[in-house]
Structure formats: C-alpha cells, structure tokens
Design a protein around this ligand. Structure first.
Ligand code: MG
Length: 383
C-alpha cells in the first residue's frame, strides 16, 4: 500500500532577530546589523543581510564579525521581543493548519495536507502566509513547499531571502522530476551531513545529490552501509518522517473561585460561557480539538459535582463549547442547586485531529471557523 501523498511547508524567517530589530528601529534599516553580545566571548545571534555581504554569520564570534564589518550596528538581543514575534507568526500559521512543528523561534514545518480542500492549493497557503507575515508583522520569510519535511527545508533555503520555492512534485506521477531538480545540490545540504561526513562522501566521489543518485543504492550501501541507504533516499528527496506537533497538554480548562458565593443559575451560566470561550480560544491557539467537555460546580458546602460528556465529533468551536456548557449546567436538578463558590469548564481528551467530519463538515463548520477566527483576532488585538 502506498502512503498517502502529503504536502509540507517549511517556513523560515529571514535573518529573524536582525529583521525584528530593523523593523523596530528605522535607523537600522538598510544597514549591517549584528545581534548579539559585544563583550568578551559574545557570539553573533543573527546578522542582517547587509552584514552577511561582509561575511558575517550567526554563531560567529562577535569580535570576528566586527573585524569583518567594523561599521555594523551591534544590538543586544531582546528575546522577549523575538518570542512575541514568534507567537504572532505561529498564530498566522494556525489559520491554515493545526499541524505545526516548530523547529525554533523562527522556523516551522506545517503539514497542509488536510487544509488543501479549504484553501485550494499549497502555493496559495504559502502566498497567504507570506503576505500576512509581511502585512501584519512587517517581516519577511522564505517558504518551501514539498512532499516531505526534508525537501521542504531545502526548498525554503534555495532562494532565500523573501522567496517561495515550490518543489511539491507528485512522486507517484513523476518520480524523476524531483530527483532531477535536486541533482545539482551539494551533499552538504543533506541533514546530518556535517563537515566530517561531507569529507568522507567527497572522498568516494560524491559531491552532489546527482552523484549519489547515479551511483545507485547498492553502491551507496557497499560504501557506507545503512547510512549509505539513507543518503541514497535523501538524494532522491525521499523522507517519510511526519510533522510532529508534540502537544503537551492533555486538557485545557478554566475555573474560578468567587469572592462571594453565587446563587443565581443565570450568573453561573454567564461565567461558564465565558470560560468556554477562553477554552475555545486556547484550543484553537494550540490546534487542538476537545473530545470530552466537562463543567465543575463546587457548592458553598464544598460538595463538588462534575458533569461531562463525550462528543461525537471533536470540536474547537466556541459556539459548540458554549452550547455544551449550557446543557451540562441544565443537567443539574433544581433541587440540588444552591450557592456556588466555584465553577469551571474544561476540555479533555484533546486531540490534534478534528473529528472524521470535523474539518470538512460543510458550510456550517466553515462559518463557525471564520467566526472563531474573527473572535480570536479581535481578542488578540483588544484583549
Ligand atoms: Mg531563519
């Protein structure tokens, strides 16, 4: 059986820290900028493209970079600022797919396979991401589109900065096209090929992907055993590692203890609805869907009741979460109701996959998603 065809984007911000500094300080624009510590053994965290012209690179000792480019502006890194920008970038990705694997503050893989039906094409998603990053954050990024992570990462780097490179060949239909496109690339571009490995590949006459392709798998295995088979696959642009979203949280919840007990059911309902809104926002921010929702009510005598339900279709929609909160509250009998000191709403058994019908359940869900997106954006902007 053949694995389903996937489409993966690799998005890489251009000279990220340096670009953020240039964005925020007009005096730095168009000038060589080195971000990093100046004193002692400080290293360059990022070099603007203007500084790279002089040979400055990240991870280089600052003293060396300053010798190469003495008129560069040296800026102390502000990681709080970069983290903030990184969060905003991630929020843009999340409009297009929940399948995001961040590699660092400034790069991520995004599996857009399931999003293609909604957004028509990967190229369109990539263009919209680039436009949003530029328009909303005033930063540029480079994007690679490919059938897998390895090729996507190569693609994003090919024409950097501010580029979109589409290597999304359908390997089943045109198996040789991708290999041909990769053939001229140097073996140093392969993952796991550092200077030492590169030297041993060179020693056997392998300088480019094409050299490895032409030698054939048998020869590579003869030369390098298992590693040889691995390089032969990479040389053809083959890689089946999934985009790993690495989600930590198993549940997302909100609860509140009131300064004074609340008797009115309607008042508790309003609290639960607000909590459901917040849970929805957090689910969407993480690309998660709730399979189980639960409300918790603690009465003034500390007796605590939880009412939960399992959903037929996992959801991240505020509208649906609110509805469940209301219905779960309604399931409390009138006679057991009394003054409440705490209430909470939580989503558990969270999953990164929407229900079977989730993502494609026609217009209704589409409309709910748009509403939620709007809600989140307004909230992000105005709190
Ligand atoms: Mg980068």
């Amino acid at each position: 059986m053949q694995a389903a065809r996937r489409t993966v984007l690799h998005v890489d911000m251009d000279a990220f820290y340096a670009s953020v500094e240039q964005r925020d300080d007009a005096r730095l624009r168009g000038k060589p900028v080195l971000v990093g510590g100046r004193e002692g053994r400080g290293v360059v965290c990022a070099a603007s493209y203007e500084a790279r012209v002089f040979g400055c690179r990240s991870a280089m000792p600052m003293s060396q970079a300053m010798r190469l480019c003495p008129h560069a502006a040296v800026v102390r890194p502000d990681f709080a600022k970069y983290t903030e920008a990184s969060r905003a970038i991630r929020a843009i990705f999340e409009r297009f797919s929940p399948e995001i694997e961040p590699l660092s503050l400034d790069e991520a893989f995004i599996d857009v396979t399931a999003s293609l039906a909604l957004f028509r094409s990967a190229r369109r998603i990539a263009e919209e991401i680039r436009a949003a990053v530029r328009g909303e954050l005033r930063l540029t990024c480079s994007v690679g589109i490919a059938p897998n992570k390895f090729v996507a990462k190569i693609a994003s780097d090919l024409e950097k900065p501010d580029a979109l490179v589409d290597l999304d060949f359908d390997l089943a239909r045109e198996p040789d096209a991708l290999a041909a496109r990769l053939a001229p690339l140097k073996v140093e571009r392969m993952w796991g090929v550092g200077p030492v490995t590169a030297r041993s590949l060179h020693a056997r006459g392998y300088r480019t992907f094409g050299d490895i392709q032409r030698a054939g798998e048998r020869q590579l295995i003869a030369d390098f055993a298992e590693s040889g088979a691995h390089w032969w696959r990479l040389a053809h642009g083959l890689d089946d590692r999934p985009v790993e979203t690495g989600r930590a949280s198993k549940s997302v919840g909100e609860e509140e203890t009131f300064p004074e007990d609340i008797v009115e059911r309607a008042e508790i309902e309003a609290k639960l609805v607000a909590q459901a809104d917040e849970v929805g926002r957090r689910l969407r921010a993480k690309g998660l869907f709730a399979q189980t929702v639960e409300i918790k009510i603690r009465f003034s005598d500390f007796e605590t009741h939880s009412h939960a339900r399992t959903l037929a279709t996992p959801t991240d929609h505020t509208h649906e979460l609110r509805q469940h909160a209301r219905e779960l509250l309604a399931s409390f009998a009138r006679r057991e109701w009394r003054a409440v000191r705490l209430c909470g709403f939580s989503a558990s058994k969270v999953t990164d996959a929407p229900g079977q019908l989730g993502l494609f359940d026609g217009e209704k869900r589409d409309r709910l998603s748009k509403l939620d997106d709007l809600r989140d954006r307004i909230r992000d902007r105005f709190g």
